[in-house]
Design a protein around this ligand. Structure first.
Ligand SMILES: [Zn+2]
Length: 443
């Protein structure tokens, strides 16, 4: 009798162990199944390292890429293929941030219940957040200049446009050497960190609003230069007497340098970190480049310039667009996705609500006073420009902001390398892409 009891207990233990292991397997299967399926050595999904079948469309259902019998083809003409290359990825996998690699599970038609069951052999569809027309317009307006255009929906967190130039036609690729330094394989919207120039004043401004109680009541004065630490921070002209909102609208370096000196380098670094400019952001598992802010010594010229977006400051276009999204959202930054989503994004607070409101009003004022509403017809635009000095040659042109428009909740950042004036060069690029996005295309 004892023996039977012992055997019974042993069988029960084995059953329990099997149940636990099955549970663990199912848990991992649901959690990680997508990765296992999309793993390139899976013979059911891949043929000699290539996907067997499936397609990628943009948010409006426009087919961008299709795989049939293991052969992938890019849709559209040469300009379209060039404009969409960084969004989709190249044939060799050198643009690893591309959808062909990132969303392989969806292209294959994988789902948790049916796995890869696909009797028709047609695969699945990855529906991207990206808007193909906006990407084409971004590429046309960058007009061969190196640079990037990032647009996100600040309600859903969808990345509508992450355009990068230079690019090339994947069906007619140029000779690109192993030692290539052009960065053509990089999606600059996500992976390039640039000197921000005056768009960084949004960071200094937010720190000032959250740290210096009386800052909105203060009277500032600019004589065209501010002597500090044995050198000078300069403006292009003397801005005279002004309040804080005029200092932003006129982009006064002297005022923002003086605020940086008052706040200190550590406080500014902390703010840039909190606003998500220094960490790697995640877009469906792809990590963006991190920015940089070095806290310069107290009372130094470098600290002054760092508050105006010069010195060692670096930011990525996508992080600037996300910061503008948070300003639009009352301080809440959306989680980003490259896939179409109609759900509100998960958000995280990166700024106080009243700080975001004040900054939004000031960006509105800047459009009225400096950039000109007539240059952005039909757009409820709130913006900040930047003209970032980068050693010798023309400066980088920046234009960042958002639309205060429930129907079109878009935040953006444009950077044109060596483009010259921020509002003059990057402003029209932002306008052109936003015009495409707000147009009712009957979809
Ligand atoms: Zn000034």
């Amino acid at each position: 009798m004892k023996r039977i009891q012992r055997r019974g207990a042993a069988v029960l233990a084995l059953c329990l162990a099997a149940a636990v292991l099955t549970g663990i397997f199912l848990y991992l299967y649901v959690l990680r199944g997508r990765d296992w399926v999309a793993f390139p050595s899976n013979g059911d999904a891949y043929d000699a390292g290539r996907l067997r079948a499936g397609r990628i469309t943009d948010r409006n259902g426009e087919e961008l890429y299709a795989v049939e019998n293991g052969v992938g083809s890019y849709r559209g003409d040469g300009d379209a293929r060039t404009a969409l290359l960084h969004t989709l990825g190249d044939r060799e996998g050198k643009i690893g941030t591309g959808a062909i690699y990132k969303y392989a599970d969806r292209i294959l038609g994988y789902d948790v219940i049916n796995g890869l069951y696909d009797p028709e052999g047609t695969g699945g569809t990855a529906v991207l957040a990206a808007d193909a027309e906006a990407l084409k317009e971004a590429h046309r307006l960058l007009d061969g200049h190196a640079g990037a255009v990032a647009v996100i929906n600040y309600k859903t967190g969808e990345v509508l446009c992450a355009a990068s130039s230079p690019s090339y036609d994947p069906d007619d690729p140029p000779e690109i050497g192993e030692d290539d330094t052009s960065g053509v394989y990089m999606n600059r919207a996500l992976s390039a960190a640039y000197t921000p120039g005056s768009v960084f004043k949004l960071v200094t401004l937010s720190a000032a609003l959250e740290t210096l109680d009386d800052v909105l009541d203060r009277d500032f004065h600019c004589s065209g230069k501010l002597d500090v630490g044995g050198g000078s921070v300069t403006c292009t002209s003397a801005h005279g007497d002004m309040k804080l909102e005029d200092a932003l609208a006129r982009s006064c370096n002297c005022v923002f340098a003086s605020l940086a000196l008052e706040l200190g380098g550590e406080r500014l670094r902390e703010q840039a970190e909190r606003l998500g400019l220094l960490t790697r952001l995640e877009v469906d598992g792809i990590l963006t480049a991190r920015g940089r802010f070095d806290a310069a010594p107290e009372g130094s010229l470098n600290l002054g310039w760092s508050g105006a977006g010069q010195y060692n400051d670096l930011v990525t276009p996508i992080a600037m667009a996300r910061l503008c999204a948070a300003i639009a959202n009352g301080g809440m930054a959306p989680e980003l996705t490259g896939l179409r989503s109609d759900e509100p994004a998960k958000t995280a607070r990166i700024m106080e609500e009243d700080t975001a409101e004040r900054i939004g009003e000031m960006m509105d004022y800047a459009v009225h006073l400096t950039y000109g509403e007539e240059n952005f017809p039909g757009l409820a635009l709130r913006a900040k420009s930047g003209t970032a000095e980068v050693g010798s040659g023309k400066p980088n042109a920046w234009f960042v902001g958002y639309l205060a428009d429930e129907e079109h909740p878009y935040a953006f950042a444009v950077c044109v390398e060596k483009g010259g004036s921020g509002a003059g060069t990057a402003g029209p690029v932002a306008n052109g892409v936003l015009q495409v996005l707000i147009k009712d295309r009957g979809k």
